[in-house]
Ligand binder design. Sequence first.
Ligand code: GCU
Length: 361
Amino acid sequence: MLTPDLLTFADGTPVRTPDDWRRRRAELAAAILPLEYGGMPPAPAATRWELVSTSWDPRIAPPGVRYLSGNVRVEGGAAPFSFAMKVWLPAEPKDKAPCPCVLTGDDCWWWQTTDMVNEALRRGFAVAAFNRCECARDIFGPRDDSKPEQRAEGVYPLFPGRYGAVAAWAWGCHRAVDALLQIPEIDPARIAVTGHSRGGKTALLAAATDERIALCGDNQSGCCGCSAAKVVGAGGETLKSISKDWGQWFGPELASYADRPDELPFDQHFLCAMVAPRSLRVNIGLGDLWSNPLGAWEVHKAAREAWRLLGAESALAIAFREGPHRYWADDWSRFLDFCAWRLAGGLRPLDIDRRPDWATA
Ligand code: GCU
């Protein structure tokens, strides 16, 4: 059993009701966010979506798709800041109802192919993509605050702080959500976030800390994401290893637990449970030992208690598939199935024109 127990307050009293849970959730946040991620950059005074182009993308197949490319402009920090975002809107449905949207910050690498975007559009989802590395560079090696280049760009000059890159990337997701809420075709109640590996750590932290995000699709986020630090299967990444190789992703004190993860006042079930009662699906590759499938299962079992307490168990899913570390078309399709199930209101199709492929047989 992962420790500490989710359903016991820090003072030892039991967590029994949804009201109790709100207070317990605040305790979870206070335990994990500053120590693991170095806290979060603050919300800005304002975020402005600035449309710069609607030009056609010839790689996109479904008819009626609309293209928006623009800047997410953040106002009120110590310096001006913006990052680029692309949004594809599916063909407008007959009733002109706003559509669900899948957001990813993984536009810095190559997992989301055009075919994957096309599939989402065909199934009635908008897709939004930005490059999270515009918010913080992705640097290999231990965190070293004496090297100013680790914290010189992106959101750091805007909001100086102790936070690491994963927090800066998750903050980027929040600003992307600010911008998506300014696009009337997108349904504010049906925004999903997804990402792979370090992008999955980002998506999970973003969903845990922003209740506007209705669903999180975590793909093999592993250590300091969906997998435990205290239960690591053979070949799995440890806290010691991640803080040596990727310390800049995290808060400055995390590395001091590298040799004593059992003493951490949290494990990753805290982060996952902060998403409850909203939807979370974790996708695991059984051949991806580095991402610690065993630890992900332990986290899932422990976090499930939160969804159970809130009467929302069908909002939590974990999937195990064969194969290595990757986010390919089949992973994406299964993620979209979950989105269709959760964001289309149970078994009700979005509408007859948007019925997902798997529901038409
Ligand atoms: C490294 C790192 C992992 C991370 C992965 C990735 O393997 O150790 O923690 O998830 O990169 O982002 O692909």
